[in-house]
Write a protein that binds this ligand. Structure first.
Ligand code: PRP
Ligand code: URA
Length: 208
């Protein structure tokens, strides 16, 4: 099942608070970061470990560390930036790749305007972050870009997912797992998630 609804009580509590219509920009940002930390914890549960030996106060000791090259976090501009720090809190050495996509209000198709990827993508785990999985057009386009550059371990974190977007993601990229704090009812005629959060980018950046 590529889309995993994280059922942890703290996630359920915090996503509820995030739905408040008159929430302040500060509170929205704080809750977004807090939920993202919990999603990132879940999404990293199967990271491979390797053994190494270091000098402990009592002599050499064998310890475990996460194997392989550093993770790359991939925020989708703009709103994904609001989730970046939540992942960095758990993976402070992660590299950052950035994709700029803006959804056309008429067609709902993502319009690509920026990209900057770190190197060695074929050897890294990529964690895409974007609060809203609506039609999934933005997430699918980002996964397409990563796969075209050889990335093989692609994961995504979102705050709210719509059933329409989940179906589209599962059809196009069944190998990519996506952790979400909530699965909502449906999309409205304008492609907004119901009940959803409204425009997540505007809430994170304080625009509108
Ligand atoms: C929002 C959101 C996602 C996208 C989701 O971004 O942050 O990127 O829409 O919709 P989709 O699943 O139908 O593609 P938007 O394009 O509004 O840009 P912004 O982050 O700059 O506000
Ligand atoms: N983008 C948002 O910010 N919110 C939605 O509900 C759908 C797309």
């Amino acid at each position: 099942m590529p889309v995993i609804a994280v059922a942890h009580p703290l996630v359920r509590h915090k996503i509820g608070l995030l739905r408040e219509a008159d929430i302040s920009t500060k509170k929205f940002r704080e809750l977004t970061a807090e939920i993202t930390r919990l999603l990132a914890y879940e999404a990293s549960a199967d990271f491979p470990l390797e053994r190494t030996t270091l000098s402990c106060w009592s002599g050499p000791v064998e310890v475990e560390q996460v194997a392989g090259r550093k993770v790359t976090i991939v925020p989708i501009l703009r709103a994904g930036l609001g989730m970046m720090d939540g992942v960095l809190d758990l993976m402070p050495n992660a590299k950052i790749s950035v994709v700029g996509l803006a959804r056309d209000h008429e067609t709902l198709q993502p319009v690509h305007y920026f990209e900057r990827f770190v190197g060695h993508l074929s050897e890294r785990t990529a964690i895409i972050v974007d609060p809203m999985l609506a039609t999934a057009g933005s997430l699918i386009a980002t996964i397409d870009l990563l796969k075209a550059r050889g990335c093989q371990d692609i994961r995504a974190l979102v705050l709210v997912a719509a059933p329409e977007g989940i179906a589209a993601l599962e059809a196009r990229h069944p190998d990519v797992r996506c952790w979400t704090a909530a699965i909502d009812r449906h999309l409205d005629a304008n492609g907004y998630i119901i009940p959803g959060l409204g425009d997540a980018g505007d809430k994170i950046f304080g625009t509108k």
